[in-house]
Design a protein around this ligand. Structure first.
Ligand SMILES: *[C@@H]1O[C@H](CO)[C@@H](O)[C@H](O)[C@H]1NC(C)=O
Ligand SMILES: [Zn+2]
Length: 256
């Protein structure tokens, strides 16, 4: 009985999702500042498709250019060289050409959950890239880092400090991927009502075709496809739904 009810609920949600998807991605694309050069800022090869696939596919669908800056080679298990290549292939599968993917492989920014990345170093590397590529929208993790990985969180702190110190050029906005509770994280599409209710500035929802594309991209991360990753692909909400908020000017907020 329960199983039947669950299947019905998912089927209805799926239907609602696919019929509303265009409206939603239209709204999302509309909210994104026009004719921009957005940058997706990630910490490890595979963050792009494990967490940001709906955003990437939504941005590209809106005919916007996109580039990726990855701040480590993901060398925790000494697979850095393999993982660099996997990143390029995965991005290509998502529609981002190799020329638009940059990887920083700095010995002081190792892939490790126990190493706090130096904020000054990280910020200055990110800022260089932003200036060089004329980036005016940065998309990255929020303070929860989705999975709580300290390298993800370091990106948030680096970007926030660039933002609040005014080093980001005028008009460069920052979008943060919302971290949700573990419960919401693994209910896939069932999280749809919550994502809608707790409406964020931008919500991207993948179509069935986009979900397949994200899964194909993930298959390029061969070195990462341990058994539990397959469960992740099935159940993670981040394979289907991304909700993001703009980073607001702290000073302006205090005044108002
Ligand atoms: C890659 O970057 C170039 C230069 O910024 C841009 O013109 C192009 O649209 C980007 N490609 C994609 C698929 O985003
Ligand atoms: Zn990561």
């Amino acid at each position: 009985m329960l199983v039947v009810a669950l299947v019905v609920v998912v089927a209805v949600l799926w239907w609602v999702c696919s019929s509303w998807r265009d409206v939603v991605s239209g709204r999302a694309a509309g909210v994104l500042p026009a004719s921009r050069a957005p940058l997706l800022l990630i910490a490890h090869p595979d963050d792009e498709c494990m967490f940001f696939a709906p955003t990437i596919l939504g941005v590209l669908q809106g005919q916007r250019p996109l580039s990726v800056l990855c701040c480590s080679a993901g060398n925790y298990y000494n697979q850095g060289e393999t993982r660099k290549k996997e990143l390029i292939k995965s991005c290509a599968a998502l529609g981002i050409p190799p020329d638009n993917v940059t990887l920083i492989d700095h010995s002081d920014l190792p892939d490790s959950p126990t190493v706090m990345w130096d904020e000054r170093l990280l910020s200055s590397l990110i800022l260089n890239h932003i200036q060089e590529k004329n980036i005016d929208l940065v998309i990255t993790f929020d303070e929860g880092g989705v999975s709580g990985h300290s390298n993800h969180i370091a990106l948030y702190h680096a970007v926030r400090s660039l933002h609040s110190s005014g080093e980001l050029r005028e008009g460069c906005s920052v979008l943060l991927l919302e971290s949700v509770s573990v419960f919401r994280k693994y209910i896939s599409l069932l999280d749809l009502p919550l994502s809608w209710l707790c409406s964020r500035d931008v919500v991207f929802i993948s179509s069935g075709r986009q979900y397949k594309q994200a899964k194909e991209a993930m298959l390029h991360h061969q070195s990462q496809l341990l058994w539990f990753r397959h469960l992740y692909l099935l159940f993670s909400r981040y394979m289907m739904i991304n909700s993001l908020t703009f980073l607001h000017d702290e000073k302006a907020e205090k005044k108002s």
